[in-house]
Ligand binder design. Structure first.
Ligand code: HDE
Length: 692
């Protein structure tokens, strides 16, 4: 009996229902604080009679339940948040007067929400999708929100196209599907008619959109912002979050299977890591540049479909973000958190990026719809942690109203008259503006292909293949041939070989005509090494997870050696076996098992080890899910450690031995196996397992 039930007295009602009477536990009350005697039965006329309207307890409970949902976010509905802090590692007062950057060592509380974009609140984590990376920094001078993504560019250049983009990617309105997928006609129809999307499409078809974990993703502010110093001098800036654990993604076939095996894969990963004390960290990097650079850069720095390569403007690390605490309540914090791009602090300012300007309107507006009151700022996760006061008052659900007589200013009531302005307050950068009113984009926005090409040529061969495969997969789900052709006609302006491979993958009889570019693409942009995930891999198994398939009689010493090797590199280990009750290892000890093999497929792990006895191997060789465990790990390029007794299972799984399969013939082999796992994937295998 656990502690909780010990503190309770249990009684059975006349109908056999359970009444738990509070002894040590707090008393259950109504919202009005009235103690409840019976929470199991509605008030009725006799045990079989009709219910009574005067049952205020029942009515209040059901009324509240009926109103539990609030509208989900129109985009980024599915998300997961955590608390932490930002620590300034370099003071930059020469660049910005922002208090957060004034002093090295300054710690600022932070809340981060990661999300997918297209799916509904209950959709699966491994959809091919951009990830939101929204950071709220509770600075001494107010809240600063960097509402970014894990991809540094966007689909569109002007906010007026956002509703069209989002409508096109979400479920088609007549049929209500597909859920959380861009692989359908409407999405590809829209983007193929919107060539400014092409750069983003290359990123979207890359492995960036199937991250292994939130912890292994970069984050970007996307737009160009301004830093303004105390003298009013401004610099342009782009914000980058760099994961200390390095970047990593899964492969597409794995993503599809993870969605079935554990639709909450990313949530669980963050939950487990934070609870294990493995707090994920990101460095904050700044790309700082001035008007002169903006002038000579071949693209417009206000165009959110373009990056500035790190090779051209290096990144300066000025702080680190650490996530060290999960929320107490998902709804109160993660669901109700309200990010707004217009939440900036003195020393941080906007630019005229037309996407950013539109966002500054949209976010405030959307919070009113979702949270239902202009007082959403009173909710603890949204309220600043520095003092704040003004004369805004009343409205739904207000928790704060101005005290005293004055609710306006100027007033005659002196210090009693409430808050007043300060010269130190937020001042917008005095950017000179003039021009005729019009609906038009700058001509420098017209290049749609050059950076898409640059991104593509910056990838390793494996990553290029994944991009090609992703285009072929998505377009194979598009039913209208002319939409498929239109996409390939754009790819011809990006990279001819890629376009041809995609056309071949789709079974085209002939290549379509090249799309006519609005501006001739530049084909001489240099590769940017930093754009590849694989080339910048961490080469360490830290933060990753080993899955070990075990059976009765498994080598106890080897299991201990594997656990120690994982611990020494900072990795997690999870045992998968025939039953969750655990196994009896070779030394007679009982070893707990986390997953039954049917619920613990190898897609949940970064590498696997097969540690079976001969009898265990014979048993599992007759189990299809055990064979899948091996053959999926093989197909997904994972390192596989195998004890000699488990060889028959490897053969049954039709797996060919290669250098990614490592013999675990003694406990001493555990460490070198884990070192190999640090390469994360055995990519050389991939061409052998992918024929179409
Ligand atoms: Fe958003 N976006 N967005 N977006 N966005 C929202 O605000 C919008 C854009 C991003 O975890 C909404 O609170 C417009 C770019 C994130 O709560 C909404 C445009 C980038 C999140 C909205 C964009 C983002 C949102 C929906 C085109 C990357 C989730 C719910 C101009 C830099 C934040 C909400 C969270 C959420 C509007 C484009 C990132 C409707 C109009 C570009 C991470 O206001």
């Amino acid at each position: 009996m656990d502690q909780q039930t010990k503190d309770l007295e249990t009684e059975r009602g006349a109908g056999g229902e359970t009444h738990q009477i509070a002894r040590g536990a707090p008393v259950l009350t109504t919202q009005q604080g009235v103690p409840v005697a019976d929470d199991q039965n509605t008030l009725r006329v006799g045990p079989s009679g009709p219910a009574l309207l005067e049952d205020f307890h029942f009515r209040e409970k059901i009324f509240h339940f009926d109103h539990e949902r609030i509208p989900e976010r129109v985009v980024h509905a599915r998300g997961y948040g955590a608390h932490g802090y930002f620590e300034t590692t370099e003071a930059i007062p020469e660049l910005t007067r922002a208090a957060i950057f004034a002093r090295k060592g300054e710690r600022t509380p932070a809340f981060v929400r990661f999300s997918t974009v297209a799916g509904n609140r209950g959709s699966a984590d491994l959809a091919r999708d951009v990830r939101g990376f929204a950071v709220k920094l509770y600075t001494r001078e107010g809240n600063w929100d960097i509402v970014g993504n894990n991809i540094p560019v966007f689909f569109i250049q002007d906010a007026i196209k956002f509703p069209d983009l989002v409508h096109s990617v979400k479920q088609e309105p007549d049929r209500g599907f597909p859920q959380a997928q861009s692989a359908h006609d409407n999405f590809w129809d829209f983007v193929s008619l919107t060539p400014e999307s092409v750069n983003m499409l290359l990123w979207q078809m890359s492995d960036r959109t199937i991250p292994r974990s939130f912890r292994f993703m970069e984050g970007f502010g996307v737009h160009t912002f301004r830093l303004v110093n105390a003298k009013g001098k401004a610099h342009f800036v782009k914000f980058h979050w760099k994961p200390r654990l390095g970047m990593q993604s899964v492969v597409w076939n794995e993503a599809l299977k993870i969605n079935g095996a554990d639709p909450d894969f990313h949530r669980r990963d963050l939950w487990d890591a934070i609870h294990a004390g493995d707090f994920p960290e990101w460095d904050l990097g700044l790309q700082i540049f001035d008007e002169a650079f903006a002038e000579r850069f071949p693209f417009d720095v206000l165009d959110a479909t373009k990056i500035i390569p790190e090779e051209e403007v290096p990144i300066r690390i000025v702080g680190r973000l650490v996530l060290d605490r999960m929320v107490d309540n998902f709804f109160a914090e993660t669901e109700q958190v309200a990010f707004c791009t217009q939440n900036v602090v003195p020393g941080i300012d906007f630019t005229n990026d037309p996407l950013l300007q539109g966002r500054n309107f949209s976010y405030l507006d959307t919070q009113l719809k979702r949270l239902g009151s202009p007082n959403f700022t009173h909710i603890p996760v949204n309220a600043p942690k520095c003092p704040f006061q003004n004369f805004q008052q009343d409205g739904h659900m207000t928790l704060r109203n101005p005290k005293g007589r004055a609710n306006y200013e100027p007033n005659s009531w002196g210090v009693e008259g409430g808050p007043r302005e300060t010269r130190e307050g937020y001042r917008s950068y005095a950017a000179p503006e003039n021009g005729a009113k019009m609906r038009a984009r700058p001509e420098r926005f017209a290049d749609h292909y050059s950076q898409a090409r640059q991104f593509y040529i910056s990838q390793t061969e494996i990553e290029q293949r994944h991009i090609k495969d992703a285009f072929v997969f998505e377009l194979s789900k598009v039913e209208t041939p002319r939409i498929r052709e239109r996409v390939v006609s754009h790819l011809l302006n990006v990279d001819e070989a890629l376009a041809k491979q995609v056309a071949q993958g789709l079974g085209f009889a002939q290549l379509p005509e090249r799309a006519k570019p609005a501006k001739t693409p530049i084909t001489t942009l240099a590769k940017s090494e930093k754009l590849s995930i694989i080339a910048n891999g961490p080469k360490s198994f830290k933060g990753r997870k080993l899955g070990v398939l075990v059976s009765d009689g498994a080598d106890a010493k080897l299991l201990i050696a594997l656990a120690e090797a994982c611990k020494s590199v900072g990795a997690m280990i999870e045992l998968v076996g025939p039953q969750v009750g655990g196994i009896k290892a070779s030394d007679g000890s009982t070893v707990p098992v986390k997953q039954k093999v049917v619920g613990g497929p190898s897609v949940l792990y970064d590498a696997v080890a097969i540690v079976l006895s001969e009898a265990g191997c014979a048993l599992l060789s007759g189990e299809a899910t055990a064979k899948d465990f091996v053959s999926d790990a093989f197909a997904h390029g994972k390192f596989i450690g195998v004890v000699p007794a488990a060889k028959p299972l490897i053969e049954k799984a039709c797996v060919e031995m290669d250098n990614g399969i490592i013999a675990l013939d003694s406990p001493a082999a555990a460490k070198s196996f884990l070192d190999r796992c640090g390469m994360l994937r055995f990519w050389e295998r991939e061409p052998k397992v992918r024929a179409v």
